[in-house]
Design a protein around this ligand. Structure first.
Ligand SMILES: [Zn+2]
Length: 240
């Protein structure tokens, strides 16, 4: 039985803290509460440790906080900065979110946008661990220290990454083999409530619901019946 751990458990110099272990993480990405609740139910059913990267205030934060198996992280969105639309600085974006989740020790930016200059902003906001680098399908991932001492735990698998890959045929990833294979590497998994709710099998499905993201009834009608993000999580958690 492979163990799921929290990001905060990872100490790069203590191999026993991460060798062959898994981290389950969820980027909540402003999901509707019904959609987020569905993800929480799936993970609680499996009773494993997980990290929820928070984008916004929601009453469900209290439910997440009440489960000792869950840790909460920050998921700041720097996209407006990149588009030249932000009236706020990177520091404001991090600190505003840290006020919503003051206990957060781990951070992954939306779209993994980051900068070496921001590492100190993260640290000053109480962050000790980041997971802001994708090493998709690499079986030898090990955590490492950023220059200011933050621990970086790269992502091994992301549902949206696989959906992108399927669209672009960039690299091949044998889902059935790789998702469950054991290895010495650290395996950080990243899922999104909207893809779990839709059981997305390709990015087209997500594009089709862009105007219904706040309509869970319509979203549920769009759920894919075959193999998709939801079944990938279920098989990882051995729920099916
Ligand atoms: Zn995101």
């Amino acid at each position: 039985m492979v163990e799921f751990i929290h990001f905060r458990d990872i100490d790069p110099v203590r191999a026993s803290s991460w060798v062959g272990k898994r981290v389950l993480s969820i980027d909540i990405d402003w999901a509707h509460d019904v959609v987020l609740e569905d993800t929480i139910n799936l993970i609680e059913q499996a009773a494993v440790k997980a990290c929820f990267f928070v984008t916004h205030e929601t009453p469900l934060l209290e439910r997440l906080r009440s489960n000792p198996l869950f840790e909460l992280g920050l998921h700041p969105n720097f996209d407006p900065l990149l588009r030249g639309e932000a009236a706020r600085s990177a520091r404001d974006i991090v600190n505003d979110l840290a006020r919503v989740v003051p206990e957060a020790q781990v951070l992954r930016s939306h779209a993994m946008t980051t900068s070496g200059r921001w590492l100190e902003l993260y640290r000053e906001a109480g962050i000790t661990h980041v997971s802001n680098y994708l090493m998709f399908g690499d079986v030898n991932i090990h955590p490492f220290y950023q220059l200011n001492g933050l621990v970086e735990a790269p992502v091994f698998f992301a549902d949206d990454g696989l959906l992108f890959q399927r669209t672009n045929s960039a690299v091949s990833f044998d889902l059935d083999v790789e998702l469950l294979a054991s290895s010495e590497g650290l395996r950080v998994f990243n899922y999104h409530p909207i893809h779990l709710f839709l059981n997305s099998e390709n990015l087209e499905r997500y594009s089709r619901v862009r105007n219904f993201l706040n309509d869970p009834v319509a979203l549920k009608r769009m759920r894919f019946e075959g193999n998709g993000s939801r079944t990938w999580l279920s098989s990882l958690l051995r729920l099916i």
